[in-house]
Design a protein around this ligand. Sequence first.
Ligand code: BES
Ligand code: MN
Ligand code: ZN
Length: 496
Amino acid sequence: MFWTLKAAKPQLSLATSADSIALAFAKDSAGVISFSGPETLIKDIEKYFEINLVDELSFFSPTGKAGELFEIPVSSQDAQTDRIFLVGIGDSSTAAFRVAATTIARKVRGKNTTVYSACAIDSKDVKAHAIALTLGAYLWSLKTGEPAGKPTFIVATNDKEVINVAITISKAITRARDLVHTPSNIKTPAWMATKAQEFAKGTGLTVKVLAGKDLKEFGGLSAVGNSSRKPGPRFIEVGYVPAKKKNAINALPHVVLVGKGITYDTGGINLKRPYDLMIPMKSDMTGAAVILATLTALEELQPNIRVTALMMCAENAFSGSAQRPSDVITHYGGTTVEVIDTDAEGRLVLADGLAYADINLDPDYLVDIATLTGAITLGLGKQYAGMYTRDEQLARDFETAGLESGDRVWHMPLIDDYKDALESDIADFNHLAKIAKYQAKSVTAALFLEHFVGNRRWVHLDIAGTARSESDAGENPKGGTGYGVRLLTQWIMNLK
Ligand code: BES
Ligand code: MN
Ligand code: ZN
């Protein structure tokens, strides 16, 4: 991890033992500046360094917008501190505390330095701010030579528990990002299984891996993953049960998470064109990475819920053993599907996972998460994931968890009029909407998945836009964002 996160009481002596102190300010409509952190501490800091923070700020004529940052050099005989970061928090919303955190974090990313942040007071702001500090400090590299330094973030709060939760979630997001950033020559489906086992080791999580002949019934996963014979696809089932309830699991609500784990997506025989579209496709296993990372967080948080993660891992390679457009495959549970475009591989591996969950796991909630369609990015951009469900209560719960956690979702429609696009003359379904006039590729992908969820309370999350950032800015590095870890963890913690 390229960061350390700690809690500390709001006390002058603790603040002045850090290399820098971060404080947040807001400017109201009348231009009056106020500070949002612990009042007494801020007064003590002013007295100790013999400065007036409002005067210092006025010199810069700040706008007060979230993330605006000024550095004030300070000195004192006994203090370690040599600078104060003053950061704007705009409208003082939880989201603004996140933005403020990322600008502070980006100032110290890769440096061996300590920052004492006394920006927030309210627990939910402290938590959001603390997590965002670690997100902005994230680095990933296979460069040889000097490794980068690691900043330590000390967050001022009397509520140590909030920071413990933030540490857990930050670690999980970092893990997910690391998996996504790993290039696909390293990251095979078998490697994903090794990672699941590594994360579960010494914890209460269980891991079951199916490969080779054991995948015979998984027609979609096999058809996609056998394009890459060595080492071939993997079905990875990770289980979480609260430690105190190991003998009473049937009494617990059961959440099953299904994640798309395409370790590289060339498009298969329907090769991606232009070829540049392929370069980001090492991220196509984000869904699987995110559900695995979420379980490692839950194992630490111990909610009274049973959660099973099904990581559907396969490479969609261009090869002699790749499936062909016009093949008919039999999914888990027996449904037959006529394959039209081998680049629509995500729904094929997810269909097996959803059917497996419905048939074997009796889920109370069935949630899939997948970098499924480029189309969702056209509609929603890269800040909102597409959420599909017919269950209004679930939609509201996910929207709430999205706003609370920072991983936002937008409720998209499952449009019945488009369903006939999935009819096939020779199989139960056509895997791609063949009637060009409907377009709506994210909607028809969701309609396809719906055929495999039985009567379960189901949510589909299309994260093709949110999984990856094309710029190194704010919370996100260029590359994997770990989108979904905060959302799923929050939603499950809200269920308990
Ligand atoms: N992995 C892609 C979707 C994707 C595209 C993710 C861009 C992230 C960024 C998926 O497997 C895919 O190829 N989808 C096709 C579906 C089409 C063939 C119906 C797409 O979106 O074009
Ligand atoms: Mn594809
Ligand atoms: Zn894909």
